[in-house]
Structures are given as C-alpha cells and as structure tokens.
Design a protein around this ligand. Structure first.
Ligand SMILES: [Zn+2]
Length: 374
C-alpha cells in the first residue's frame, strides 16, 4: 500500500516543533525524512553532554561549544534534506513566540516535558485556531494526544484543580521554569523514537482533512495513545469531554493588522494604534508584566531592574546582595497594562518583552480588539 500522505501537502505545510530535547530531535528528524518543507524549531536551551545519548541531531562538539539546540538542529536537518527550510526560534514558548507566527502554522508539535509549557502551547494554538500534537515520555512510557480547536483542549483535561494550580503560578515568574525542570523524569532514545514517530504521523494526518473526513484516516483527536514498554502494552483511551466554560480555549478573532512592530517605541505604538483604531484612549494588555524595580519587604532597599517579569529572577541571581532572598521576601513594582500613564515611553515593545509578530489584546472605549504586529 502506498502512503496515504500527499508529498506536496507535506512540503508546503508550515510546521512548528516546540522543544528540541530527546523527543523534539526525533520529531524533527522524522519531519525532514518525510519531506517537510517549512519547519520552525523552538527551544531556549543549549546542547549539553547529557543530551547526546538520546538526541540524534546533536554531537559532542555542539555540547563543548555550548551551541543552542535550535541552531544545531536546523543545521543538521538541512544536511538531511537540502530542500527543507528550517527557522530556529531561540526562546521560551511561554512568552517569546508571537501569536501571529502560530497563526501561520498548519500544525504545532509539542515536545516539552512539563505541564506549564503544554498549557502555553495549548493557549497559543487555541487562540490561533491551529491544531497541536502533544507528546510525553518518561522511563519506558510514552503518550501522544491531539488537540483540535473547537473539538478538544489540553486545559479542559486538566480539571479545575490542575487549572487553579497553573493559574496561581502563571504571573511573571521565571521561577516556574526552574521548578518544572527540577522534576524531570529520565528518558531514553528508545521511547523518544516510538513517541516522536507517532506524533509526526498524527501531525501529517492533520494536513489531510479530506482523508480524515472520508474515514480513510482516523485522527487520535479526543483520545490518548499510551505505550508502555516495560511489559509491552499499548492502549488508546478516551479523554474527558470538551468543557464549554473553559476560558483557555477562546479563539482570538477577528485579528486586525497593525504597522507596529517589536522595534516600535511605546510612545509611537500608542499613537499609531489610536489612529488605526480610531480611539482617543487605548490600553495594551501584554502577556507578561514589566517590572521597573524590586523592593525588599523587610526594609527600604530597592533595585532597578527594568525587565519583563520573566527575566527578573535571573537578574536578581546576578546581584550578590539580592541573590539569596526568597521571592516571598520581595515586592516587585510592575505594570500589567500599557496606556498613556505608562512612564517609560521611549522603550520599545520588544524591551517590554512583547515578541515579534505578537497579537496584542488592546482595549478601546468601545471594547477589545486583537491586533497583529508586523
Ligand atoms: Zn479548554
């Protein structure tokens, strides 16, 4: 039997892979071999020697040179398939990938190792109306799930308790990332191969909606594939129903374009957006807060930081007098909204932590608008 997949469809699709660890390596490799033409790879980490035993795309010298995973992965994929176009995106899916970029994708493949990152991928994909394929690995176990906007959603499966826990941790905290990383389960190349292969197969199916509709192919959407290598069992289980009250899977539309970019200053952005929207007063609601200073709760000492909330913890780590203080002993002075009262007008939107091609949530006197940056 021939492959049911159409080569032209795979070559012309836009596919994003989030996470370039053991699983991401396998997924990227399979995409290159299957003839994917346009791939975006997202990761913030550098290659380390510990990655080499389970990452087909990385070499010892990459670790010694401390190269970024996305850069190395892009180079190796081009070596495997000279016609592939790979765009490395160095950053954190929580804040550094604009919704406008996600909107260009046909499918997103999540190869991350924690709940917070999955939550962030899901939120972006649901807002953009793009399906995504989640993979998870630990020890000899692998799982794959498919989420299609309007049909099912990762956040709905978390349940009220899981959501509450995430919501509590969401605002402005670089600490989240570290906590989640601390509990990482050991993985191997074997389970990454099995799981990554199923993920790519499911992602390619999503590029052929007519075959899913006719029944020639069946998507995993609404179910979870579980592979358990220890006793060699596989099962496919149904996932909980879609919750109409879930606030996380709201689609952001309609989206209007703007001339504003990440290089535009706050002053200029406010002026341009007012003109474009025909409003005398507007408020931009960025995804992350902006912190101008941090104050100790046990005294008057304060430190100017001028950074997006996500970068504050790292900045404090570089200050000998601030390093050891627990977050609970600090108060951060932050801005969650950008309007005419925002004092640092000469900063660019990028300096506030707003990524390129972001879709801004802007409120005017008459409601809210979704505005896609150039
Ligand atoms: Zn939901």
């Amino acid at each position: 039997m021939n492959s049911p997949f159409c080569a032209d469809r795979i070559a012309s699709a836009n596919i994003m892979v989030v996470g370039c660890g053991a699983l991401g390596n396998e997924v990227l490799k399979n995409l290159a071999l299957m003839g994917a033409g346009h791939v975006w790879a997202v990761d913030f980490d550098r290659v380390e020697t510990g990655n080499l035993s389970r990452s087909v795309l990385f070499r010892k010298e990459d670790a010694l040179e401390g190269r970024f995973k996305v850069e190395v992965a892009a180079e190796r994929l081009r070596g495997m398939n000279p016609t592939i176009e790979v765009t490395p995106v160095r950053g954190d899916i929580a804040f550094d990938v604009g919704l406008g970029l996600i909107r260009k994708m046909d499918v997103v493949i999540g190869c991350v190792d924690n709940r917070w990152a999955r939550y962030c991928i899901n939120r972006l994909c649901m807002r953009a109306g793009v399906p995504w394929v989640d993979g998870g690995i630990s020890y000899l176990e692998g799982t794959v799930r498919v989420f299609i906007p309007g049909k099912n959603c990762y956040a709905c499966q978390l349940g009220p308790e899981g959501l509450k826990d995430l919501a509590r941790r969401m605002p402005c905290s670089g600490i989240i990332r570290r906590d989640e990383q601390a509990g990482k389960a050991p993985t191997s190349s074997i389970i990454a191969s099995v799981t990554g292969a199923v993920q790519v197969q499911e992602a390619l199916k999503l590029l052929h909606p007519e075959l899913l509709e006719s029944g020639e192919l069946t998507s995993l959407c609404g179910r979870m594939f579980c592979f358990e290598g220890e006793h060699m069992t596989t099962k496919v289980v149904s996932l909980a129903a879609y919750d109409d009250d879930c606030p996380v899977h709201d689609r952001w539309e309609p989206v209007r374009p703007t001339e504003v970019t990440a290089e535009t200053t706050v002053q200029e952005a406010l002026e341009v957006l007012k003109k474009e929207l025909g409003a005398s007063k507007i408020t931009i609601h960025p995804g992350d807060c902006f912190v101008d200073r941090v104050i100790r709760k046990d005294g008057d000492a304060s430190l100017e930081v001028m950074l997006p909330g996500r970068n504050v913890a790292e900045r404090l780590g570089k200050e000998p007098e601030w390093r050891g203080i627990p977050f609970s002993g600090l108060y951060q002075h932050e801005y969650r909204e950008i309007d005419d009262s925002f004092p640092y007008r000469s900063l660019t939107l990028g300096q506030l932590g707003i990524p390129e091609k972001e879709v801004l949530l802007v409120s005017t006197g008459s409601g809210e608008e979704y505005i896609e940056m150039k």
